[in-house]
Design a binder for this molecule. Structure first.
Ligand code: KG4
Ligand code: ZN
Length: 340
């Protein structure tokens, strides 16, 4: 029997300061997330400088708490996995430097994890991955369809050409005067709505797996302006429901087409927007009727956390991937396979 592995994960790419210990890449031993939402809410979005300052204040406490909750000493760990990119450069640097200092002081290897690989591997904390697998990644910065033929192998089949799904949610929420982050607010209004405004669906050219959400966002803005010119107010429930219906239909339809074309054994959803109740219900229902296994992690593992970084880091650790102390934050890091 092989020895158990314990990986410390660290995540600071955006507005959550998080640390977590994961055993064997599949079992969460501790998971600490310090959110900045309350303070970023005042500005209606994430202010990079403020995000960095929060990370500096929180990072040591969060790592200490993750270790204390796991009842592990640094020398009992096998490696430190940290989000290397993409994200806000100042925010990434806090996590990367904390990870380097921790790894150096404890004599541990350091592993740089791609944030999206982390979102995907959140699923591995729930059930084993089966390949080939289709991952629908929907977050504040990404909207992608990725095929995985095995661990560490990522083939991008579609992505957004403009706004990410979460970005569109946040912008539309702002148009409706809802607080940041807008996704959960729109989700709630949509669920309570008794009707919907019909907005267009951005299918793009036939056969394309790409996405576009900026036209939809403009439609919502135009709709509001047109009503304002007539002296009327929008019904935020109907707008939220109509906007969400458009996003959900396009994401579900393209994910289903890709799942069939690539003959996948499993479909998984990942990222902050995968917390959306309307999207979860639509994907669950669609893949159930098609007899294709579909999984989405619980909401706390869809939004940013460090357990997902430790999970992806564990898979990289098993494959012998190691970083070094020259590691830097990579704001525009591409999702590259670590194994073919
Ligand atoms: O993955 P995540 O926590 O951070 C990034 O990597 O970007 O995603 C954050 C995004 C935000 O745009 C937020 O509005 C959205 O996820 N989000 C949601 C919901 N919960 C979070 N969008 C729609 N419905 C939700 N319930
Ligand atoms: Zn994320």
């Amino acid at each position: 029997m092989t020895k158990d592995s314990y990986i410390l994960g660290i995540e600071t790419s955006c507005d959550e300061t998080a640390a977590s210990v994961v055993k064997n890449g599949t079992e969460i031993i501790s998971n600490v997330v310090a959110s900045q939402i309350t303070s970023q809410k005042r500005f209606g979005g994430v202010v990079p400088e403020i995000a960095s300052r929060h990370h500096v204040e929180q990072i040591t406490l969060v790592i200490e708490e993750a270790l204390a909750n796991a009842e592990l000493k640094p020398e009992e760990l096998d490696a430190v996995a940290v989000t290397e990119g993409p994200g806000l450069v100042g925010a990434l640097l806090i996590g990367v430097n904390a990870a380097k200092a921790f790894a150096f002081a404890s004599g541990l290897p350091i592993i740089g994890v791609h944030h999206i690989a982390g979102h995907i591997y959140a699923n591995q904390l729930m059930q084993p991955m089966e390949f080939p697998l289709l991952a629908l990644i929907v977050s504040g910065g990404h909207t992608e369809l990725v095929i995985m033929e095995g661990h560490g192998s990522f083939k991008l089949v579609g992505e957004t050409r403009d706004d990410a799904a979460g970005e569109a949610y946040d912008k539309v929420a702002r148009v409706l005067g809802l607080p940041y982050p807008g996704g959960p607010q729109i989700d709630k209004l949509a669920a309570e709505s008794d009707g919907q405004v019909v907005f267009p669906r951005a299918w793009l050219e036939p056969g394309s797996y790409d996405f576009s959400f900026s036209g939809l966002k403009s439609s919502v803005i135009n709709y509001k302006h047109n009503l304002a010119q007539k002296g009327e107010d929008v019904n935020p429930f109907h707008v939220a429901a109509g906007f969400q219906a458009s996003v959900v239909e396009v994401l579900t339809t393209k994910a289903l087409r890709a799942a069939k074309e690539f003959g996948v054994k499993q479909v998984i959803a990942a990222g902050g927007v995968a917390a959306n109740k309307g999207l979860r219900a639509s994907l669950e229902e669609t893949f159930k009727t098609q007899d294709i296994p579909f999984y989405v992690p619980p909401i706390a593992l869809c939004t940013d956390n460090a357990a997902m970084i430790a999970a992806a880091g564990s898979a990289m650790f098993i494959d012998g991937i190691r970083g070094n102390l020259a590691m830097n934050g990579k704001p525009g890091m591409p999702l590259v396979s670590w194994k073919q």
